[in-house]
Design a protein around this ligand. Structure first.
Ligand SMILES: Cc1cc2nc3c(=O)[nH]c(=O)nc-3n(C[C@H](O)[C@H](O)[C@H](O)COP(=O)(O)OP(=O)(O)OC[C@H]3O[C@@H](n4cnc5c(N)ncnc54)[C@H](O)[C@@H]3O)c2cc1C
Length: 488
């Protein structure tokens, strides 16, 4: 959802209570792994695939525990073209699957970006001008499932519930410094994993590392409200639809469209399977957040505050005409009273990673492993969560996962860094990624000054029958340097 230019080049509650107590290993039977990745989204899968790729002699045992529902809609569909390169590096079949699935209409091609950001006029960039070609509007659930399938036997279906440090003697004996409990889908029971490194790839919740003691620092407060619409028009291929696809609809607009509004910004993308996502982002404290929570409030605001996005939901004639054609879309769940809502601000983890050396180096079983200690790290949104305006969440998760996997594999099997140096290296790399992101975010919020002093009547939105009285403050709050600093 980049405004015109690329932004970066670039259940058991009782168990949880004992999360950080020291335990004696011999009381438990446990599955053993070198690295346990919790969360099988883009970040977790990329990390696991990258470790496997760099562990040429298959000396490391990597497991992923993930609880995703493969039938649920997942938001976050825009994938830049350059992602194909990262996917191919992680596993050749990933890039091939993406192209194949697109040709079958399971993902849509993104033909470019159009944004009414610093002015009400649309500014366009075309995929044709991109050296990497066109990006995608993904069926995100399918994309993530493909990543998980590629991880093969590394993947276990289950939900993380607890993490414990094991006692020093037991850890010294076999090098496994952590015990992790997960509620496993296959058995319906809580199983325990003994591991050397834990990677938290659970997304924004950062469920694992927050139990270890890390904190998430919010950099910007943002909520996203969204509705998935379904197309009512008959099928028919349109520009931007891949050759041979069956997913063409009366909707021929394959662009990513962004429109700034007095108290937030709107976004839409045509999805595969004749659907369209419309999203509104604002601060949680803004009065429009209350309005956008309900479907009727959201739709009213959509009609009052947008001129370009609202047209994408109407018939093709609306694209050029002054008045709106018949609606071409209706909400996928027409009886839903509330919109879907999720946190969407920038957040960073403090610290990103940790290493606790054991008293003595280990071990008799694996004499070349000289880095005795327990390590942990977060990756993806758990470490660095971005404003969706950047459209950089998935690609960054893939890239950072690829990096993390390579340095971890070297740490274990090559002439890699010792644990302490590895943690510092990870922090340095993440900090660079974050600074680059923050530079882009600041630029884009800074460049939009058109709502700084907006006359009330032009806000076009109503809050419970009254006018919005703080138009412009959303933009000021997003521009405030690193505002927030709240820890969770
Ligand atoms: C509204 C919105 C729109 C967005 N739009 C875009 C976009 O268009 N393009 C883009 O690139 N990015 C977008 N993003 C960001 C993008 O979705 C994320 O950056 C990306 O999903 C991060 O990947 P991840 O693997 O870190 O986390 P996730 O994708 O969140 O994956 C986490 C995984 O961990 C699993 N998990 C969680 N808890 C547990 C547990 N206790 N036990 C086991 N498994 C667990 C989950 O089931 C999931 O499979 C958007 C984000 C938001 C909020």
């Amino acid at each position: 959802m980049i405004p015109c230019q690329p932004w970066l080049t670039l259940q058991r509650t009782s168990t949880v209570c004992f999360a950080l107590t020291i335990v004696h290993l011999d009381r438990y039977s446990a599955d053993v792994a070198t690295v346990l990745v919790v969360g099988g989204g883009p970040a977790g899968c990329a990390t696991a695939l990258s470790i496997a790729k760099h562990d040429s002699n298959s000396r490391l045992r990597v497991l992923i525990v993930d609880d995703a529902d493969p039938t649920a809609y997942k938001v976050g569909e825009s994938l830049p073209a350059v992602a194909k390169r990262t996917l191919a590096l992680l596993h050749p079949s990933l890039a091939t699957s993406l192209v194949h699935d697109t040709s079958k209409g399971m993902h849509s091609v993104c033909t470019g970006n159009a944004s009414a950001w610093a002015s009400s006029e649309l500014h366009e960039t075309y995929a044709l001008m991109n050296p990497y070609g066109a990006g995608w509007h993904l069926d995100r659930t399918r994309f993530d499932e493909t990543l998980r399938e590629t991880c093969g036997s590394m993947l276990r279906k289950g939900r993380f519930v607890a993490v414990r440090r094991v006692d020093q003697d037991a850890a010294n004996a076999n090098g496994h410094g952590w015990e992790v409990d997960a509620d496993m889908a296959s058995s319906g029971t809580v199983e325990t994993f003994r591991v050397r490194w834990i990677i938290d790839a659970t997304g924004r919740k950062a469920s694992v590392v927050r139990k270890i003691g890390a904190k998430t620092r919010k950099h910007s407060d943002l909520l996203s409200f969204y509705i998935v619409f379904r197309n009512l028009l008959p099928d028919g291929p349109g520009p931007g639809t891949a050759v041979g696809t069956t997913a063409g609809t009366g909707d021929i607009d394959g662009r990513t469209l962004i429109e700034a509004a007095p108290s937030g910004w709107w976004y839409t993308a045509r999805l595969p399977h004749s659907k369209r996502l419309v999203m509104y982002a604002t601060s949680p404290s803004d009065p429009t957040a209350r309005v956008a929570r309900t479907t009727t409030g959201f739709l009213d605001m959509l009609h009052c505050q947008t001129q370009h996005i609202v047209r994408t939901l109407h018939g093709p004639a609306s694209a050029s005409a002054d008045s709106l054609d018949e609606p071409a879309y209706e909400p996928e769940s027409p009886t839903a009273k509330f919109t879907r809502c999720t946190a969407a601000g920038s957040a960073v983890l403090e610290p990103y990673a940790g290493w606790e050396p054991f008293r003595e180096a280990v071990t008799s079983e694996e004499p070349d492993w000289t880095h005795g200690g327990r390590g942990w790290c977060a990756v993806g949104d758990a470490a660095l969560a971005f404003d969706p305006l950047s459209s950089q969440g998935i690609i960054t998760s893939l890239n950072v996962g690829a990096f993390l996997g390579s340095v971890l594999a070297q740490h274990f099997v090559g002439d890699g860094l010792d644990g302490g140096s590895l943690v510092r290296e990870i922090a340095k790399a993440y900090e660079q990624v974050y600074l680059k992101y923050e530079e882009g975010r600041t630029y884009y919020y800074d460049v939009n000054r058109r709502f700084d002093s907006v006359p009330e009547e032009s806000t076009g939105g109503m809050v419970d029958g009254g006018s919005i009285d703080n138009a412009g403050s959303f933009w000021a709050s997003q521009r405030a340097p690193s505002h927030g600093h709240q820890h969770t």
